[in-house]
Design a protein around this ligand. Structure first.
Ligand SMILES: C[S@@+](CC[C@H](N)C(=O)[O-])C[C@H]1O[C@@H](n2cnc3c(N)ncnc32)[C@H](O)[C@@H]1O
Length: 235
């Protein structure tokens, strides 16, 4: 059974994770844990939003992950409803929102309100009016409507119950809906809980009724694959 609150948080952070050891345990663990919510308690290596946002928005990272080139390959069109699952600081959310405007909507899904507040602020600053923040749950994105596309970048290995999550997510897809998966070939190889392989991901998606329909060769360190229920779907 899951534990909630402070005790649950302590147990989770005690897991072997070199990243956490370097950043969290080195000096401020106690202070940070006092402020943790359940959103941090059960997922591998989740961090508080205010700590994670500057890392996710580093200009070196934003260049490396080729945001515009990725979004250009998604065949999004005005009127589509897309979901940025594990949107983080929203590095992809705003370009995705622009790609489905006018008439479309981008659902930015996160576990922590801090990320969603940040994304809303950025959307306001950049005058992007079609971003809807969605506070998801560990195993269910809790989307408010059916979607054309669900987008994952650097997220699935952070989700604890991947098979369940993908099955739940698939239930929100429109019949020709797609799941776009950008995931590291070798995520956190030193942290067993986060080390997932492409074959496993394809297996979980197949169990949810989705199969690969397109693949892009844009990165060396990660795969970029589009999955769909209907393998004859044009997009
Ligand atoms: C490495 S960050 C990537 C953020 C963003 N996709 C990007 O590439 O800039 C992983 C994100 O996944 C989020 N996350 C982890 N588990 C999640 C879940 N079950 N539902 C929604 N978001 C989740 C974390 O909060 C974190 O913001």
């Amino acid at each position: 059974m899951r534990e909630s609150g402070w005790k649950g948080s302590c147990r989770k952070f005690a897991m072997p994770n070199v990243i956490w050891r370097k950043t969290l345990w080195a000096g401020c663990a106690a202070v940070m844990m006092c402020g943790m919510t359940d959103a941090n308690a059960f997922q591998p290596a989740n961090r508080p939003a205010e700590e994670w946002i500057p890392r996710l928005e580093r200009s070196e990272r934003v260049q490396r992950i080729k945001v515009d080139e990725v979004v250009a390959r998604l065949d999004l069109k005005p009127g589509d409803v897309a979901a940025d699952i594990g949107a983080g600081a929203g590095v992809f959310s705003l370009p995705l929102a622009r790609a489905v405007a006018p008439g479309g909507k981008l659902l930015a899904v996160e576990l922590q309100q801090g990320f969603l507040d940040h994304i809303e602020l950025r959307a306001k600053e950049e005058k992007v009016g079609n971003v809807q923040p969605v506070l998801g749950e560990f195993d269910d994105p809790k989307l408010p409507s059916r979607i054309d596309v669900a987008f994952f970048h650097d997220v699935l290995h952070h989700i604890e119950n991947r098979k369940t999550y993908l099955k739940n997510l698939a239930s929100y897809l429109k019949p020709a809906g797609r799941i776009v998966m950008l995931e590291l070939h070798n995520p956190h190889a030193d942290v067993p809980e986060m080390h997932i392989l492409r074959d496993q991901v394809e297996g979980w998606l197949a169990a949810a009724g989705l199969h690969p329909v397109k693949e892009f060769d844009l990165f060396e360190d990660k795969y970029f694959v589009v999955f769909a229920k209907n393998v004859f779907a044009k997009k």
